[in-house]
Structures are given as structure tokens and as C-alpha cells.
Design a protein around this ligand. Structure first.
Ligand SMILES: Nc1ccn([C@@H]2O[C@H](COP(=O)(O)O)[C@@H](O)[C@H]2O)c(=O)n1
Ligand SMILES: C[C@@]1(CO)OP(=O)(O)OP(=O)(O)OC[C@H]1O
Length: 159
């Protein structure tokens, strides 16, 4: 059985008057949201990069350049689905995901199950295979969101 580990990161600046979307979940009543070319979903971007890195397939900027107007405001679920397809074409599937979001505000704890469920559904995994942690920056980066992700990939058994 062949296994590969993938690692991904993403960060976005946060500004008032924008939407904050994390793991495909719109964070309700957030006073700040991501400045980005796409919807700025720092979880989905980091998960997508982790999928690609596990198989040395590059990063999402190569597939979805932020200079291309067709990707403006795009739904990051499309990015994740594309990278998952690439991984599956190489004969691998995700086994489990561990992700850490660093964000000072708003508090995300109450949304942990919803975010885990959303990421799990997008990766066709049970919710129990998606670990979600939140950290503050202790005030060092108030207008900033950062996500770090590790993912285990397993080669699909061939009949
Ligand atoms: N946006 C956030 C950030 C953190 N939490 C939770 O707060 C606890 C303490 O975080 P520290 O960074 O001070 O260690 C921890 O249990 C986090 O889950 C949160 O809910 N939302
Ligand atoms: C997703 C893309 C493309 O719209 O742009 P952003 O939303 O700015 O996100 P980032 O994680 O900085 O880089 C990947 C980009 O290619």
C-alpha cells in the first residue's frame, strides 16, 4: 500500500465589508472578510494545495492564476474539486485531513462541526477524518487569516 503526505498553507488579508468564507461555510456576521481574487476561502485553498503537494503536482496558482479575470470571485469549491480530480486521476484518495486556522476574530469554535462536515463532504470523507483546530495569533495579526493543512493520501487498491 502506497501512502503520500501533503501539506498546504494559505493566508488572506481581512477587511471590513467583505465576506469571510472558510471551508465552504460563510461565517455569519463576521465584521471582516477576505481580500482575494476568488472568494478567498483560506481553508479550501490550503486543502487544495495540500492535495497537490502530496503528489508533487504544483500549487493552485498554476491551475487558477490570480491574474486571470475568469477566476475573479470564483467559488473555491471548484478549485478543490479540480485538485481532487487530479489526485484521483493519479490513483490516490484522501484518508484524513488535519487543519489549523489562525484567526483572532470572530470565534469559530461554534462552527467547528459545520466546517468539518463541509470539508469532509467536499473530499468524500467521513466527518471523523477531518480534524479542525482554531488558534488566535494572540493579537499579532488581527486582520489576517491563515490556514495550515496536512493530508494523508492512499493509493487506491486495484482489483
Ligand atoms: N478564531 C478563533 C480562534 C480560537 N478559537 C478557540 O479559542 C481557544 C484559544 O485559542 P488560543 O489561540 O488562545 O490558544 C481555542 O480553543 C480555539 O479553538 C476560536 O474558537 N476561534
Ligand atoms: C485562488 C486564486 C485565483 O483566483 O486567487 P486568490 O483568491 O487570491 O487566492 P490565493 O490563495 O492567494 O491564490 C490562488 C489564486 O490562484
Amino acid at each position: 500500500m502506497q501512502y503520500r503526505i501533503g501539506y498546504g498553507e494559505d493566508a488572506h488579508r481581512l477587511e471590513a465589508g467583505r465576506t469571510l468564507t472558510l471551508g465552504g461555510v460563510v461565517i455569519p456576521d463576521s465584521p471582516i472578510g477576505a481580500v482575494a481574487h476568488s472568494d478567498g476561502d483560506a481553508i479550501l485553498h490550503a486543502v487544495a494545495d495540500a492535495l497537490l503537494s502530496g503528489l508533487a503536482l504544483g500549487d493552485i496558482g498554476q491551475y487558477f492564476p490570480d491574474t486571470d479575470p475568469q477566476y475573479r470571485n470564483m467559488d473555491s469549491k471548484v478549485i478543490l474539486q479540480h485538485t481532487l480530480n487530479l489526485v484521483q486521476q493519479k490513483g490516490y484518495i484522501p484518508v484524513n485531513v488535519a487543519l489549523v486556522v489562525t484567526l483572532d476574530r470572530p470565534k469559530l469554535g461554534p462552527l467547528r462541526p459545520e466546517i468539518a462536515r463541509s470539508v469532509a463532504a467536499l473530499l468524500a470523507l467521513p466527518e471523523s477524518e477531518v480534524g479542525v483546530s482554531f488558534k488566535t495569533s494572540e493579537g499579532l495579526a488581527l486582520n489576517h487569516v491563515q490556514t495550515r493543512v496536512t493530508i494523508l493520501l492512499q493509493q487506491e487498491a486495484r482489483p
